[in-house]
Design a protein around this ligand. Structure first.
Ligand code: FMN
Length: 333
């Protein structure tokens, strides 16, 4: 009997596939379906810091004063007003409660935040509503602040949230740090339960025929997994006190297996579910089991981290960033 269970954030998951935060995790019908097709946990679509603050009674003027929030996160004050009228906080809490009562898998609430302000008190209501964990998507404007300031803010957010809630906390970060390995190490020592590597951003593109900005590709491409793969491989043994979930570019079971071989405890799926449909998750699960049988692995733990930095035949490959040697070798052959 093959054991595909894993541990993530101190929670036992029936398999390593988590439905990541997105539009597909914002409605109870979709969440129920995701469990049916095999998702081991759900990260709900994020509620944004400014939505929480706005409903907490902050005025427009106050929102404007808080430049990092207003400039970077707000898509417009009209949106904020719509959120407030729609009672987003109550709806979010209801979604957590419904997800808990209609499924049997861990439900992870998600908050998109950039500051350590009053929104943090809302985490207590998330805990009371029954969430099994909270994932904080902390993504600051890369044009603002130094690395040290960004880290200081993130650590302050973590400390303040930890004072309010007892449920496990995961931090979803981007790779936009001047010393990413040091940042990951520092964050792993803050008492959090896990990290998600990496957040993928909305990216603008340019329409060269009309010379205007357009939305870039919404879904990840199949090779985008290489960046989280490298960093999970480099860091998994160094931060073994926290769980790691891979996010970005996990489009099939093979990529999920690579992430686990690199040391991930779980993988988060978003684009693959949009592109292939939710049912594709069932196929990924059977592909994982088939590979494990073929390779003679009877549990996920048996192969987790088998190809991470410390265990690789040539670990320096994960550190290498230049192609010179590779091309040099080809040229000699
Ligand atoms: C339509 C869409 C909505 C998303 N919404 C959120 C969100 O609310 N919160 C969040 O943390 N990430 C959000 N993400 C990012 C995903 O959780 C994920 O990190 C990213 O898409 C990379 O994973 P993928 O390659 O599997 O798509 C969203 C992504 C997409 C495509």
């Amino acid at each position: 009997m093959i054991d595909i269970t894993t541990n993530y954030l101190g929670l036992k998951l029936k398999n390593p596939f988590i439905a990541g935060s997105c539009g597909l995790t914002s409605k109870i019908e979709d969440i129920v379906k995701l469990e049916q097709v095999g998702a081991a946990a759900i990260v709900l679509r994020s509620i944004f810091e400014e939505e929480i603050l706005f409903e907490a009674g902050q005025t427009l003027a106050e929102a404007r004063k808080n430049r990092p929030i207003f400039d970077y996160m707000s898509e417009g004050l009209d949106n904020l007003e719509a959120f407030a009228k729609g009672g987003r906080q109550d709806k979010y809490l209801q979604l957590i409660a419904d997800s808990k009562s209609r499924t049997g898998i861990p439900i992870i609430a998600s908050i998109n935040c950039v500051s350590d302000s009053e929104w943090i008190s809302f985490t207590e209501r998330i805990q009371t509503a029954g969430a099994d964990a909270i994932e904080l998507n902390i993504s600051m404007n890369p044009m603002d602040n130094s690395n040290a300031e960004k880290e200081k803010t993130i650590i302050s957010i973590i400390k303040k949230v930890q004072k309010v809630v007892k449920i496990p906390l995961a931090i979803k970060i981007s790779d936009r740090y001047s010393n990413l390995s040091e940042t990951i190490l520092k964050l792993s020592k803050t008492g959090i339960s896990g990290m998600v590597l990496f957040n993928r951003f909305f990216s603008p593109d340019i329409d060269i025929y009309n010379c205007k900005l357009v939305q870039g590709r919404m879904h990840s491409g199949e090779t985008e997994y290489l960046k989280p793969l490298r960093w999970i491989a480099l860091m998994s043994n160094k931060v073994d006190n926290v769980s790691l979930a891979a996010s970005s570019g996990v489009h099939d079971a093979n990529t999920a297996i690579k992430m686990i071989l690199a040391g991930a405890d779980a993988v988060q799926l978003v684009s693959s579910l949009y592109l292939n449909g939710k049912d594709y998750l069932t196929r990924m699960l059977s592909d994982l089991e088939e590979w494990m049988m073929e390779k003679g692995f009877f549990s996920v733990q048996q192969f987790k981290g088998k190809a991470c930095y410390q265990q690789s035949y040539d670990p320096k490959i994960f550190e290498r960033v230049q192609f010179m040697k590779y091309y040099g070798r080809i040229a000699m052959e």
